[in-house]
Design a protein around this ligand. Sequence first.
Ligand SMILES: Cc1ncc(COP(=O)(O)O)c(C=O)c1O
Length: 411
Amino acid sequence: MIGESAITSRDAGDPLAHFREAFLRPEGIIYLDGHSLGMMPVATQTVIQNVLSKQWGHDLIQSWNRHDWIGAPARIAGKLAALIGANPHEVMVADSTSINLYKLIVGACLARPERRVILAAEGDFPTDLYMIHGALKALSGDRELKLVPRAALNDALTPDVALLVLTQVDYRSSEVAEMEALCSRARALGVLTLWDISHSAGAVPVSLNKAGADLAVGCCYKYLNGGPGAPAYVFVAERWHGEIVSPLQGWMGHAAPFAFEAGYRPASGVANFQCGTPPILSLLALEVGIDLARQADVAAMAEKARGLGDLFIELTAPHCQKFGVSLASPAAGEMRGGHVALRFPAGYALSQALIARGVIGDFREPDFLRFGFSPLTLTYGEVAKAANIFNETIEKRAWDNPVFRRRALVT
Ligand SMILES: Cc1ncc(COP(=O)(O)O)c(C=O)c1O
């Protein structure tokens, strides 16, 4: 078992250690929920205060031009592109991940009218599957959703499939899909691929173009620290520009929004995936998070997330084995995303008991506890401390208290 001095020396040699100071860190907690809502950068307060007082508060509507509010979605998307292995002109920041899924699912199906199947993984993130069902209702024809276990996706890629929709990192188990292999087989069969990389960006290396991905979406409020409900992004590989277009024909996706033409003309490239007026306050808060992540080396972030997860697994494994907790994530770091999932029958109560002791993780049905290892905000020392608290809580059955079984709306 790794000793205290080894943990201290890991922190001393951590090339990302200085990023910690860039985040607001409330006293008395160890925050292991960056996979759900990332911490707030200190600079976000100043930026938003400035936008409120000097821009909206003073320059009012002139800010759209004077402070380039109108250019914010494309500018921020251009910065984000470097973090996901895309070119700046292939990414747009807009709407939520759910809405972006809808735009791309419908856009892709309309570009493949002769194929009737959408392929996805059983148990994938609910919104992805809900949006597919919704899109199928809106699309004409006898299209259908085919669900198979993640491990069977490769074999289920057949020439009648129009589109594969898949989260790269499974939101429960944290298992990482083989993006490059799936893209390569899909491409050979003429199947389009749509990746949800919400749990990837900022935690695992993502190279959309290198892998040959066609389309992608993702959240910015997780490892990118963009703030609650931060706008999401769309990626459309250049080869599909003009062919896969957004079905939501809002004026901000028009080629000339301020020409107020009677008819819709889509903006070229990925720009037509904008729809309505961009949420400036949220966008400018998001830009702070993206700017911070861009200062860090993507490979170093992935390596640290993995290292922190490995440490947590190592330090909790003996207690897990003894007290009926099972590891639901791959033990091998390279197969795992930024979080580690454990399963325990009283998982919700255990997660609440940990929160009561300052270790903030989250819970997903039916019995998954998730602990996220955000590489910019955590130290190895904190993770070791969290593991100790976990071990004590499980050993003393501190979770076995009716208070911890009371369900909140958000888990
Ligand atoms: C994999 C994945 N996709 C989509 C979403 C939801 O996206 P949104 O609520 O921004 O539409 C989440 C939220 O946690 C997620 O984990």
